[in-house]
Design a protein. Structure first.
Length: 285
């Protein structure tokens, strides 16, 4: 099959006189730039500048016209080329790529399912139930062998098992384990927990320092012996010659002294209420 279907028989021939007019343009611009702009010359210089711009626009218009004439044959050729070549190759290539991708994706899914099943088996053996296969971050390609992928799974699970063993020996293992399950990074987990606990301790200390002091607890009063007096019915008074001499027949009051020690104000108040209710005499010291 011949590939020489495109032959350029003759290159465009452009006759140009740029070199011949370049000297003229150079002289004009230098003359204008040499002038001093003052209030007296500004109008004249503005006119010269307008003349230069007009000349430049004329040349630009000619350049664009030449470009259009040169490009027209190529653009016509490009349209024909797209119709008979590009529009046939491109759709065919896209269809082939889609079919290849479909088959390769099926192979990739099958490989991933097989290695995921291996992961579940090994995770159960390690007694690890909080990690999914996707969290291991193992990238699977068609070129990876199953042996290599199984080794990556084993390495990841062995690392997690080792981390769990270390966590069990640390202070606050439950708190560290909760954090570890979120990121599977032992170093950062321990640092996070320690930092959090340190901040919590600082906050509790700050709160305790800024709170108003609690009322001072009343010191436990020393209670003098409470001598409850049993009030017995008094006999009718009998006249006596002396007020200090009691009748031999009058009954004598029996006095019982009891010492009660208390350790709080509540206990003291309770005992006081009992004494008042029973009309017992008491002394607090």
């Amino acid at each position: 099959m011949s590939t020489e279907l495109i032959v350029v028989k003759q290159l465009p021939v452009i006759e140009e006189r740029l070199q011949s007019i370049s000297k003229e343009i150079q002289e004009q611009t230098e003359k204008v730039l040499s002038l001093v702009v003052t209030e007296d010359t500004v109008k004249e210089i503005k006119k010269l500048r307008a003349d230069l711009n007009k000349r430049f626009k004329e040349l630009e218009d000619q350049r664009k016209a030449v470009k259009a004439k040169v490009m027209a044959p190529y653009e016509a050729f490009e349209d024909v080329y797209k119709k008979y070549v590009t529009d046939i190759f491109k759709p065919a290539d896209a269809k082939l790529k889609a079919r290849i991708d479909e088959v390769e994706q099926a192979l990739l899914d099958r490989k991933k399912a097989e290695i995921a099943a291996y992961f579940e088996e090994r995770a159960t053996a390690h007694n690890i139930d909080f990690v999914s296969f996707d969290r291991l971050g193992i990238k699977i390609t068609l070129s990876d062998s199953m042996k290599k992928l199984r080794e990556q799974v084993d390495d990841a699970l062995n690392k997690i098992s080792g981390d769990l063993a270390v966590i069990a020996t640390l202070e606050f293992p439950e708190e560290i384990l909760v954090e570890y399950k979120e990121n599977l990074d032992l170093t950062n987990t321990v640092l996070t927990v320690k930092t959090r606990r340190a901040r919590l301790a600082e906050e509790l200390k700050r709160k305790a320092e800024t709170q108003p002091p609690a009322p001072a607890a009343e010191s436990t009063p020393a209670v003098e012996p409470i001598a409850p007096v049993v009030n017995e019915p008094e006999p009718e008074p009998v006249p006596e010659p002396a007020a200090t001499v009691e009748s031999a027949s009058a009954p004598t009051k029996s006095v019982i002294t009891i010492t009660i020690k208390v350790t709080s104000c509540d206990e003291l108040m309770a005992i006081t209420e009992i004494c008042r209710a029973r009309r017992l005499e008491y002394t607090i010291s």
